[in-house]
Design a binder for this molecule. Structure first.
Ligand code: SF4
Length: 360
């Protein structure tokens, strides 16, 4: 509720049902939920809680925690009890850990039925989640496809991934468990896009967790994720998202919110409008823009802030900015909604902008 969202944020073309992850509604027309995964050591309560707090401050709404060993369950429970965000248990290979996590405070389980030990083990996990009243994300993965399905050479990878997810959904629903979310990820952007389009067609009622897996370090990862998730979100596909980066998970938050803002789905942070500079520019605009970006990055206001290199295209080009500066020779004109409010020396531009932002 702390975040503003445009009416469009509630318009997935895909009509999914809604599940609750703790107190966060997911699917069914709810705004796209922003999530990340902890990478602190799985046996440290303090480190995980500290990371959760940093993520929450940066706009994370749901957080996932790996439980790699049974002896990490006590840590997981303690984290769930103190966490300000709902915590999803991420479990591979050992169904008994998933069952135990459901009993110890997980807000959702994330399992890959392909590696959890067969359908009998899946049944026990469904029962545990049902008793705890929590949803399950079925995370299908290119690397752990059912052998029979993987051998069907007439199917493309997206078709195989979607078919695998559909089979598991049908199995769970057949057992009376409907509290499902699905993901089916590949590291190839277009394979992922095609897979999710297929899923939206095949299981249109199931909320989808979208992301490009193993997208890489920040620069490549942001571009791969933004291109793939941008296509899907624009088509109304995706109820929750993660931008996976080989970086501090807090960086993932900045990427998620910037993407949602660019798509006009949800806004939380200021947006910087800055020109690329050209021969007319007579200040160190690249330095100024970077400093402004850094100083506004902690603000939880969906403002548009413009930093323009000259008056030729300055206030006019950035007229829809809430606040901005158009620079001249060693100086800048600060404007609000296109109207000049003051003129300052180059060295005072950033401070002047920040003062005006505070007043807004
Ligand atoms: Fe060049 Fe001015 Fe446009 Fe910046 S705003 S690119 S300096 S014309």
């Amino acid at each position: 509720a702390a975040f503003s969202s445009t009416p469009d944020a509630t318009r997935p073309n895909q009509k999914t049902h809604q599940v609750m992850v703790g107190n966060v509604p997911l699917g069914g027309g709810a705004p796209v939920v922003v999530q990340s995964m902890l990478n602190a050591q799985a046996d440290s309560v303090e480190e995980n809680l500290a990371q959760i707090q940093r993520l929450a401050d940066a706009g994370c709404e749901v957080v996932r925690m790996a439980i790699p060993r049974r002896n990490c369950l006590d840590t997981f429970q303690a984290v769930c009890e103190a966490s300000p965000l709902p915590v999803v248990a991420d479990v591979h290979f050992d169904a008994t850990i998933a069952i135990e996590a459901a009993r110890r405070g997980a807000a959702k389980l994330r399992i890959n039925p392909g590696n959890i030990g067969g359908l009998a083990k899946t049944d026990a996990v469904l029962d545990a989640a049902g008793e705890a009243g929590i949803p399950i994300r079925i995370g299908v993965n290119a690397g752990s496809l059912d052998q029979q399905l993987a051998a069907r050479s007439y199917l493309t990878l997206p078709q195989k991934l979607a078919a695998s997810a559909r089979q598991y959904v049908e199995y769970c629903e057949g057992r009376g468990f409907h509290d499902l979310v699905v993901s089916a990820k590949a590291h190839d952007v277009m394979a992922t896009v095609r897979t999710y389009r297929q899923l939206a067609h095949d299981i249109p009622h199931i909320p989808l967790h979208i992301g490009i897996t193993e997208a890489g370090t920040t620069f490549q990862g942001v571009i791969k994720s933004a291109s793939g998730l941008g296509i899907l979100l624009e088509q109304g596909i995706g109820d929750t998202m993660r931008i996976s980066l080989t970086d501090d998970p807090v960086t993932e938050m900045r990427a998620c919110w910037t993407l949602l803002g660019a798509l006009d789905l949800r806004r939380r942070n200021p947006e910087l409008i800055s020109c690329p500079t050209c021969g007319r520019c007579q200040v160190n605009l690249i330095g100024l823009a970077n400093e402004v970006e850094q100083r506004i990055s902690g603000l939880n206001k969906p403002l548009k802030v413009a930093v323009m290199g000259c008056v030729v295209n300055g206030p006019g080009e950035a007229a829809d900015a809430d606040i901005g500066v158009a620079c001249g020779k060693g100086a800048g004109i600060v404007f609000r909604h296109g109207k000049t409010v003051r003129k300052v020396e180059e060295s005072a531009i950033v401070d002047a902008l920040m003062e005006e932002i505070k007043e807004l």
